[in-house]
Design a protein around this ligand. Structure first.
Ligand code: SF4
Ligand code: SF4
Length: 432
């Protein structure tokens, strides 16, 4: 039996090319792990957004934009980490990480299973969905619709977890009243609609025509970046064979990948060709496709990659330094003293001490005024209790008996857990 006859004997089902499954298992594990992490990050309180305070929440602490070292250091590390990934491994983010692609692949697989593979051939041309004749049953369509709705309802919970505490989301899901989140139903409905449209209609059209992030990734790619290499010296193995092409769910011919194509380095084609060669007695050696850095003939071009990413490496170190500095210099409370003249019922003799608790726990602070006789001012409160991550105003009233002129004083604040802050105030008294 010659090589081509042997090839014909290996069954090819486009969605399930046997060899491709081994890599796909790892890729699926990575994709589902990412989704699990996206859920665990807000649920464990590691990172959330506090929209009411306009701040980030890291564990039990609020991080404001003014905590510049933490914010800048964190984003520098994330941005340069991603640049490393694009420069070294190309668009692996799309294939192994991006939830948009995970949903699209899942929707494609389920559609192919229930309606046939031709049902996937929709595009912006407006081609009508072609349901395979033997699968054209209402039950299949209803099952597909139910699956899309249920998965959309599940996925739509994830963004909410970043803005609302898990107990609020849980109360909402079990239909309990949620007093501080009246708009939750609307927000959730919009999220469901977005995921539903994405899963049922858009899928990879988003990647192809709308994803700006993909273009950003491409700008870091060169031929040195990880890509699929083809061993042309043994191209006679490919006569009448399209096994790798059939395994590629992005319809690329893996023998001719380009720097700027849609390849996401999923590895399905490499595994498919290896599988083919392992089954064929005539085809000697490993498969013709492999992952490679650099031009054909060079298996590795690490030196070039290192020199291209050395700037990103230096910025990562700067980011890490800023982040650590930000953590060590972080202040869990803040105090500002300013004139309260414009507040309702206040006069030029009134000042406001604004204290913020950046921790998601109640706290108590003590206030002291120094530099002025006690008879010349009135402090509304000296012991101040502030609930979870809230602000409180304490008024400081100056006496009209103060001599005309400038008066310098200091407001000191100290918390039970040892935080101290002093704020200098210069007050101009008009005199009596
Ligand atoms: S590269 Fe491998 S799978 Fe692709 S056509 Fe050639 S022999 Fe077939
Ligand atoms: S060419 Fe190969 S690695 Fe690239 S997307 Fe297609 S199957 Fe995956």
């Amino acid at each position: 039996m010659n090589a081509q006859e042997q090839l014909k004997n290996i069954s090819i089902r486009e969605e399930h090319v046997p060899g491709a499954q081994s890599v796909r298992v790892w890729r699926r594990a990575s994709q589902y792990l990412v989704i699990l992490l996206l859920v665990l990050i807000p649920v464990t309180g590691l990172f959330r957004i506090d929209p009411m305070a306009g701040a980030f929440r890291l564990l039990d602490y609020q991080v404001w934009f003014s905590d510049i070292f933490i914010v800048m250091g964190f984003w520098l590390m994330v941005a340069t980490g991603l640049i490393f990934m694009y420069s070294w491994a190309g668009s692996v983010f799309c294939g192994w990480v991006c939830p948009q692609n995970t949903i699209s692949e899942w929707a494609n697989t389920l559609t192919a299973k229930l309606l046939g593979r031709r049902a996937l051939m929709m595009d912006v041309t407006g081609l009508k969905m072609q349901v395979a004749r033997r699968k054209d049953a209402w039950m299949n369509k209803i099952l597909l619709a139910i699956a899309f709705i249920l998965v959309s309802m599940l996925f739509a919970i994830i963004p909410l977890l970043y803005f609302f505490p898990p107990d609020v989301i849980w109360s909402f899901l079990i239909l309990q009243p949620v007093p501080d989140a009246e708009n939750l139903l609307w927000i959730y409905s919009v999220c469901i609609l977005v995921v539903l449209v994405d899963a049922s209609v858009m899928r990879h059209l988003v990647c192809k025509y709308m994803c700006i992030y993909r273009i950003w990734q491409h700008s870091f790619k060169t031929r040195d970046t990880l890509h699929i290499a083809y061993d042309e010296s043994r191209s006679d193995h490919c006569l009448n064979c399209t096994y790798c092409e059939d395994s590629c769910f992005l319809d690329i011919d893996p023998r001719q990948t380009l720097v700027f194509d849609s390849c996401i380095n999923c590895g399905d084609c490499v595994a498919a060709c290896d599988h083919l060669h392992s089954k064929s007695k005539k085809m000697k050696g490993p498969g013709l496709l492999s992952f490679a850095f650099g031009e054909s003939g060079e298996k590795s071009n690490l030196g070039s990659l290192l020199s291209r990413t050395k700037t990103a490496g230096a910025v990562t170190l700067v980011g890490a330094f800023c982040f650590v500095l930000g953590i060590f210099s972080y202040e869990p409370y803040s105090m500002v003293v300013d004139r309260a003249q414009l507040m309702p019922g206040m006069t030029a003799q009134d000042y406001r001490i604004n204290i913020a608790n950046k921790r998601y726990q109640p706290t108590q602070l003590h206030l002291v005024v120094e530099g002025m006789p006690a008879s010349m001012y009135r402090l509304e409160q000296t012991d101040v209790v502030i609930e979870n991550a809230e602000r409180k105003d304490v008024m400081l009233h100056f006496s009209q008996d103060l001599e005309k002129g400038l008066h310098r004083l200091t407001v000191h604040a100290e918390s039970d857990d040892g935080w101290k802050k002093s704020f200098k105030v210069v007050y101009f008294s008009e005199g009596k």
